[in-house]
Design a protein. Sequence first.
Lengths: 272, 304
Amino acid sequence: MRYARWTVLGLAGLFFVLPLGASIEFSLRDKGNGHSFSAWRQMFDVPGFTDGLVTSLILALGTMILVLALMIPTVAWLHLRLPRWRRTVETICILPLVIPPVALAISITGTFGADGVVGKQTPWFFTPITLFGQQILPILLLEYVVLALPFTYRTLDAGMSSISAATLVEAARNLGASWPTTLLRVIVPNLRTPILSAAILGGAMVLGELTLALLLFAPTFPVWTINAGAQADPKIGVAASMLILLVSWILLMMMSLLGSHRPNKLARRAAR
Amino acid sequence: MTVAVQNVDTPGVNPAAAPRAVSSGGRRRGAGLIGLAPFAVFVGFFLGLPTYKIVVGALHGPDGSWTLASVRQLAHDPYKDALVQTVKLSLYTALLGGALGLAIAFAVVSSTSTLLRHVVSTASGVLAYFGGVPLAFAFLATMGPQGLATRWLVHIGVHLERFQLYGFNGLTLVYLYFQIPLMVLVIYPALEGLRPQWFEAARNLGASRAQYWRFVGGPVLLPPVLGAVMLLFANSLAAYATARALTSGSIPLLSVQIANTLSSNVGPSQENLGYAMGLELIVIVALAMVGYSLLQRRAARWAG
């Protein structure tokens, strides 16, 4: 059993690390046969680097907050009060996955842009606003929330199914807790792992998303990466895509470690 | 939104619920639905309207009149072939990715190392969205003709001439690079929900390991596993950036065709065709959801 576990993990590690290693090796290649960090150093000098990075981080954080604020109460409500509607909501939540990003981008412009379905005027969320010194397009943030729905729903739903939510809520309600209190102090602490997973997926999605940002003309980091690779040097493009992977991984790792340091470690040990 | 409309009426038609609704449940059920209002408004606006635009676009001609011309074109090649290839690729990567992802998630959940758990779950989150040109490049740099792994293998005398990274099998392999992490991430909470106490209780009552999985673990895990595989299937249907970068169109997937018709300036008639293919993808998923619902019902009976 133990050998099987390490075999699985070892093979998986190989499959996932090799392509990244090969990419990094390519980005380090120098003229001739040597290796150097020149592409990684030049990357920071290509205009737009910091702006793109900060824009993407703001969008990632905003998406995480909005999608959780929308979906935690919704999924909890579905499980406790409207279990019949779960399949319907699940079906709706899977839709964003299947709509091709290109089609979504074009139809968003057709829907909310000038002379679209909504009206002659461009709505407020279709013009950029300034947030932390960066131009943020609200519609991009809102559509990222939509794109985050499938995984958020699935992870939260799986989490809700695995805790005996009805009993917990009944107990809390009988002890006089209001609905918001029950949600924040009973449901949320019990859903820590799924909430973290959902936030991680949402954040990672935003940090890597290209098509929508490109077609809605938002200067995010992935868009910058493509331009830098095309205009400057393919090695810089590869280095930048590896960098964003690394940065998102470190950020998520920090979130994950911080999010799990809670006193009920003891309680869990006692339960085992 | 066709998908949603089918299911909306089901709570009302249920005969068992009707009498209660008349006496006192009516007001309470109305109050219950209010809890869904924020979700409904948000999704209706930012997902519903663009979807509506796609559906309407699919059923219109370039002159703005209603027509089925674009939809009819889907039955002919190259669009028919694109449908077959797309569904095949999605099915393979969903099943393979589901099985391998489940194995990895099991390996992680059964270990006592919390660090391993953090590393795998966060790495999965990042890799589940790794795609497009960087992913295609990473595999070329590894398994392309001059790739790192290829050179190593040649060095030790192994030649993989029959394996084509640009072909269907190559694309399947590359898709697994984001499908497996997605499976790990989505199924992990469900595995964590399997209490060790259940296993202990079953063992104390004299059940074998196999019996535990047959009567306890399996039935509990089956619905979330099915849901996750369904998600993987949908996930690869519309993925296009990777396929386009890797195969440059030699495998005519629907998503690539859609991008071709919508992002190039071939004219408005092509735009309707692009929307029609978008509608086709939505219909495929709706059908898959129906099949999945039936499977879930069987799974529930097994557990019950």
